[in-house]
Unconditional design. Structure first.
Length: 190
């Protein structure tokens, strides 16, 4: 895939906590990256990530609408803010093929499993149930097929004997915080 060059305006779609969003903002500031989080959109008003965006003076909107109204409104904000890269971080809605086609820029997502294993929900529970030695997280390009686009970066996390889905989720999340910014660095040439 062709890399992005120049100054990249990033938009992050969230639905809740927004810990990955927070790390992206922190990383880009600290490392003076050629990409900056310019816009944050949530489909939930109460998403904590919106508060963090506000604190950092990043344009932020809650679009509490069903599809396709959500996508229509989001597309307007993306255009208005000249976004060149869309990052999904804990965004629970599934984007339509039409929306993906209309976005003339790349869309990437972070998924808490070692894709192609465990697409969809309850990934940690499924990894533990299967007796997997490792779980982890993957940043990948978004296509119309759920959690199936080309892999950008992946990190492995050991599954411990005593793990339950929430203890494993905690360690995987920590690992996600370090790979997501790196994935954007890979997509955006320095
Ligand atoms: C992450 O584990 C991510 O992989 C998944 O949702 C979680 C989002 O966490 N898609 P946060 O909102 O970034 O804290």
């Amino acid at each position: 895939m062709k890399k992005l060059t120049g100054n990249i305006n990033v938009c992050v779609f969230i639905s809740g906590r927004g810990s990955n969003l927070k790390e992206l903002i922190k990383y880009s500031k600290k490392n003076n990256t050629n990409w900056k989080v310019k816009l944050v959109i949530s489909n939930k008003k109460e998403a904590k990530g919106l508060v963090y965006a506000k604190k950092n003076k990043i344009f932020n909107y809650a679009i509490v609408k069903k599809m396709p109204q959500f996508e229509k409104k989001a597309l307007n904000y993306l255009k208005k803010n000249k976004i060149n890269l869309l990052c999904l971080a804990g965004f629970i809605k599934i984007l339509s093929k039409e929306f993906i086609q209309k976005c003339k820029f790349k869309i990437i997502n972070i998924h808490p499993s070692l894709l192609p294993k465990y697409k969809g929900l309850n990934t940690h529970e499924r990894a533990i149930k299967a007796g997997d030695k490792y779980s982890g997280s993957t940043v990948h390009y978004v296509t119309a097929k759920l959690d199936s686009g080309k892999k950008i970066i992946q990190t492995k996390v050991k599954v411990l004997k005593a793990d339950n889905p929430s203890s494993l989720a905690k360690r995987v999340l920590k690992a996600e915080h370090s790979i997501y910014p790196k994935a954007i660095d890979i997509v955006c040439e320095k």
